[in-house]
Design a protein around this ligand. Structure first.
Ligand code: ZN
Ligand code: ZN
Ligand code: FE
Length: 709
């Protein structure tokens, strides 16, 4: 007879791990106990040697699908003569146990949800050890019901029996609930569906916040939602249980749609999709998502069509997640509320992905750890950038990227940043000793960072982009980096964004960049790309085709910051080709320029990477000479890709190149640049885990800080 103790770390709480241990201990006829503590799962088992060995291999090899074992420590301990195996009460201590992400409703629960004989038939909060809310309802570790927002719902006799029965699939399912004892919705699903059919806009309380929902097929309703939400053109996502009616997903997109993370997936919209034009104007892509909570399943089932499902906020603010706050903020937008009484502890927006890269890493992925190729010797908080804000907490060899917070230039978003960071630090039991931040002095995140009493590490914006891409591949460099985005503060105080760097995680060297072009009127030129185009044409000595230029051109003398941003170059070309003169959301002109280019074949023009003014002028002259707009747009994409690849060839080494920055969300630019670089013999790394846009900046900052300290 022997007795062994195990400490299992990783994502082992809230994934059915203790019931699993209980089952394998009983199967091998071992005595002992299992419990959660702040560090992970603690197990002691005793029995004969071979049985213990079989137990140990089962522990590692048969773990539940949602578990992620990072380490198993084991040692011999003194025999106690135990023959029974028990699940003990959790012991709150330490603080390194990882909370799992929220998981979409599993197939077993779905079957019960629509089974008239089941006691949870049509119950909107059905869940089990394999599915349901986690991250958004957990208030502390260890993960146990009293430390979730389900604490206020005492179990009924039936739920209690299931919870205690090792053979039940809800054995120790902490959010367990039923119609007798669990949360309730504020209006019936049938009433909610009827309101939606009548054209109402509904605020729907979800997992990580409130959404606004409406009939996706109704042009008038979607237009009303846009007007009330103050969101002019930025595409909405659609919730559907029949995605094949709306989009033509490839195999990878279809797999992402059905993954347990259930992100919004951008896929090619079908020409006959029964979706109002104004859901996603100006783009051939549609963001679709399958239902991921029982409430969504029931609502879609009762409604019988596709629903727009967009974050409950005004544009670019953080999602509303507290009930009073939601009533106040969404009262003027929604006609009615479908809420419930299960509190949301943490805000978490829907994730958005493309097959090629993530766009927003939130629900379903957060708070999952990302690897850090260099251990953080001391705990690090990275404050991130301004738009698409996230923060990142790093500890040891792991980095925890926050969910999407929105644009940090509003008071509301700044408050969300502060509260959500506190919650993250509490969850991880981390006290930050190092704070990493962007160099932009006007970013609220930078200002916050500099106020903190800690060691500060300033990280240049594009170095952070490049570091994020290196780090997610587990690499430290050196590497070349093409970082193309809209705006980032450079070390010389001007705005950068068309960069070829040579870097490692520690430092960088700027090898080449787009020549800065003036932004007449500053911010106004970002909203009105025609201004940038006009400034380029004037510089080149060409006539400016916009009459308004006469009233704006004086801005060149008084307010025209310089920018080498690739985003501005795309904007200017879009304006020159008549795609659009002004934009209502970041990246809109570039997205529509990419769409105009489509699959049109084109060879690159002769252009040396750098002189944006010349390229804008070339596009203008080609158009004036009677060129086809789509062909010019295509040639422009190929020219940028070819010239960037040539600049890399001139830099010659190292042989690895990372591609990062928001402009690489342009699939044509991304694939053409990658193809050309690979043809030149480079090894090309692109983003797979974190967004290429500013949502990934905080992770890159954390990687740089880990390297520097
Ligand atoms: Zn389930
Ligand atoms: Zn119950
Ligand atoms: Fe950026």
């Amino acid at each position: 007879m022997e007795r062994r103790a195990f400490v299992v770390k990783g994502i082992v709480q809230g994934v059915g791990f203790r019931p699993f241990v209980y089952r394998i201990a009983r199967k091998h006829e071992l005595g002992g106990f299992v419990l959660n503590d702040g560090e992970g799962v603690v197990i002691e088992v005793e029995g004969n040697g071979p049985a213990l060995e079989r137990f140990e291999s089962a522990l590692r090899e048969e773990a539940p699908p949602l578990a992620q074992i990072d380490s198993v420590e084991t040692r011999g301990v003194e025999l106690r003569g135990e023959t029974e195996f028990r699940i003990h009460v959790s012991q709150p201590r330490g603080g390194t146990a990882l909370i799992p992400a929220d998981v979409a409703t599993c197939d077993d629960c779905l079957r019960e949800l629509f089974d008239p004989d089941d006691r949870r038939y049509r119950y909107p909060f059905i869940n089990c050890t394999q599915c349901g809310p986690r991250f958004t309802i957990v208030t502390g570790v260890p993960y146990d019901r009293p430390l979730t927002t389900m604490a206020g719902f005492p179990l009924c006799v039936d739920c209690q029996r299931e919870y205690q029965d090792p053979d039940d699939r809800r054995f120790h399912a902490e959010p367990i609930a039923c119609p007798v004892c669990g949360p309730q919705v504020t209006i019936s699903i049938e009433d909610a569906a009827r309101l939606l059919r009548d054209g109402s806009i509904l605020a729907v309380k979800g997992l990580g916040g409130y959404h606004l929902a409406c009939d996706a097929a109704s042009e008038a309703t979607v237009a009303r939602l846009r007007a009330r939400k103050l969101r002019e053109d930025k595409p909405f996502a659609v919730l559907t249980s029949e995605p094949e009616l709306l989009v033509d997903p490839n195999a990878e997109e279809a797999a992402l749609l059905r993954s347990r993370e259930r992100p919004i997936v951008l896929a090619r919209r079908r020409a006959d999709a029964p979706v109002a034009f104004s859901v996603a104007p100006g783009t051939p892509w549609l963001g679709v998502m399958l239902p991921y909570t029982p409430l969504h399943h029931l609502l879609l089932d009762a409604f019988g069509g596709a629903l727009v499902l967009t974050s409950g906020n005004r544009s670019d603010e953080p999602i509303a997640h507290e009930d009073d706050e939601a009533r106040e903020r969404l009262g003027g937008i929604a006609d009615a509320f479908l809420a419930h009484d299960r509190p949301i502890h943490r805000r978490c927006e829907d994730s958005v992905v493309r097959a090629a890269y993530p766009i927003r890493r939130s629900r379903g992925y957060a708070p999952g750890a990302l690897p850090l190729p260099i251990r953080a010797a001391r705990p690090i908080v990275a404050a991130g950038a301004e738009l698409k804000s996230t923060f990142c907490v790093a500890r040891d060899a792991q980095a925890f990227l926050s969910p999407h917070l929105g644009d940090l230039d509003s008071e509301l978003a700044y408050r969300a940043f502060i509260t959500d960071l506190e919650l993250y630090l509490a969850m991880l039991g981390a006290e930050p000793e190092v704070i990493a931040h962007d160099l932009h002095p006007e970013y609220l995140a930078t200002k916050w960072a500099l106020e903190q009493d800690a060691e500060h590490v300033g990280v240049q914006h594009h170095h952070a982009h490049a570091a994020a891409c290196l780090a997610e591949h587990g690499e430290t460099g050196p590497a070349l980096a093409l970082v193309f985005d809209g705006t980032g503060y450079g070390t010389d105080g001007t705005l950068w964004g068309g960069e070829l760097l040579r870097c490692d995680l520690n430092s960088f060297e700027r090898l080449a960049h787009l020549e800065p072009i003036p932004l007449p009127g500053g911010e106004a030129a970002i909203r009105e790309p025609w201004r940038v185009a006009a400034a380029c044409l004037e510089r080149a000595g060409e006539p400016v085709p916009w009459e308004r230029w006469e009233v704006v051109r004086h801005a060149l003398k008084v307010n025209a910051p310089l920018s080498s941003g690739m985003g501005r170059l795309f904007d200017a070309v879009a304006a020159v080709l008549g795609v659009r003169d002004s934009v209502t959301y970041e990246g809109q002109a570039a997205i529509e320029l990419e769409q105009l280019a489509g699959e049109t074949a084109a060879d690159p023009w002769t252009w040396r990477f750098g002189d944006g003014t010349a390229l804008v002028t070339d596009c203008y002259l080609a158009l004036r000479a009677g060129g086809d707009r789509a062909e010019i747009a295509a040639a422009f994409h190929e020219t940028v890709a070819a010239a960037a690849a040539e600049a890399c060839a001139e830099a010659a080494s190292p042989p690895t190149i990372v591609l990062s920055g928001g402009s690489f969300q342009n699939l044509r630019l991304l694939s053409s640049t990658k193809r050309r670089l690979e043809r030149l013999g480079f090894r090309v790394l692109t983003h797979r885990l974190v967004p290429p846009n500013d949502g990934g900046i905080s992770y890159g900052q954390a990687a740089v800080a880990a390297s520097r300290v």
